[in-house]
Every structure is written in structure tokens, then in C-alpha cells.
Design a protein around this ligand. Structure first.
Ligand code: SF4
Length: 155
């Protein structure tokens, strides 16, 4: 086979379907692209790549040993890789994009307001007692619960 014949054959193979008789002036079929955004280097499809890199506080975990995906709440927020590391049997995870109350004592189920107090904690033992040693409630932390690992949303 002559070089020209070989080149013609290769050009025909790279052309779009139905154009086998059309030679070099038909551009080859472009490779499919993923629907990612710039900055995700084509690793994402339909925005999924953004979710992989972004940290979220709520995820739906898909596990083959469970009938339905289950919801997990994480603080600090976690990326997809961190979530799957925490749940090694999980095969996929989707972030739950919902309005999540900011973490603070004001949005915590453990906040108690006895009498005229400005608020006391009923969820942590490591904080100073509210009034006297042995008091069941504790003083709120200086950061207002923003970094509290015991925080739970009001239900
Ligand atoms: S310290 Fe933590 S557990 Fe206690 S009320 Fe504040 S956020 Fe809730």
C-alpha cells in the first residue's frame, strides 16, 4: 500500500460516520467532552467535579449493602474524598445542597435558657459549670458554638 493510500485510509477512519467516501476536507469527529467548568480540567461531569472538591456539611452516602442512601452530617464540612474515607463501604456520595443553619449555640438543641439566663449548654461536660460545681448546665463557649463538635441542629 502506497503512502497516499495509507493516509487516505487513516483519514477516512477518523472521519465522522457516513462520510467514508469524503476525504481530507472533512474534519475528524471531535472527541466527546465532559461538562465540567474551567478549573476542573475536564474531570467533572455536570458539575460533579465541583462537588468533589468542595466541602459540604451534609452528604447522602450510597452503599451497596443498604437499600437507600443515608444522610450524614459532618462538621467541619467534608469533601467527597473525606466522606468516602469515613465510609469505606460507600460507592458514591452526593452533597445535600440545602440551607443549613449556621453552627452556633443559638441553633443548637442543647441550648437551655433557664430563668432569665442568656443561654447555657446541656451538651458538653468540658465547659465550666454554669453557677456552682456540680451544676448540670455549662457556660457557653467564647466562640458561641461556631466550632463546637457536639452541636446538633434544632429538631
Ligand atoms: S456549646 Fe456546643 S453543644 Fe453546647 S449549646 Fe453550644 S453548640 Fe450546643
Amino acid at each position: 500500500m502506497a503512502l497516499d493510500d495509507l493516509l487516505s485510509t487513516l483519514e477516512r477512519q477518523n472521519g465522522t460516520s457516513g462520510t467514508s467516501d469524503v476525504l481530507a476536507d472533512v474534519p475528524p469527529k471531535p472527541a466527546p467532552t465532559l461538562g465540567g467548568t474551567s478549573g476542573t480540567s475536564g474531570t467533572s461531569e455536570n458539575g460533579k467535579g465541583e462537588a468533589q472538591a468542595e466541602a459540604f456539611p451534609v452528604w447522602l452516602i450510597v452503599c451497596p449493602d443498604r437499600r437507600r442512601p443515608f444522610e450524614v452530617h459532618l462538621w467541619p464540612p467534608a469533601t467527597l474524598a473525606e466522606v468516602l474515607a469515613l465510609y469505606p463501604t460507600g460507592t458514591d456520595a452526593q452533597p445535600v445542597r440545602q440551607h443549613v443553619e449556621p453552627r452556633s449555640c443559638r441553633t443548637c438543641r442543647y441550648l437551655k435558657r433557664p430563668g432569665l439566663s442568656g443561654g447555657l449548654c446541656a451538651g458538653r461536660d468540658d465547659l465550666p459549670h454554669a453557677y456552682t460545681a456540680g451544676h448540670p448546665l455549662r457556660r457557653l463557649p467564647d466562640d458561641g458554638g461556631a466550632s463546637c463538635g457536639t452541636w446538633e441542629a434544632l429538631t
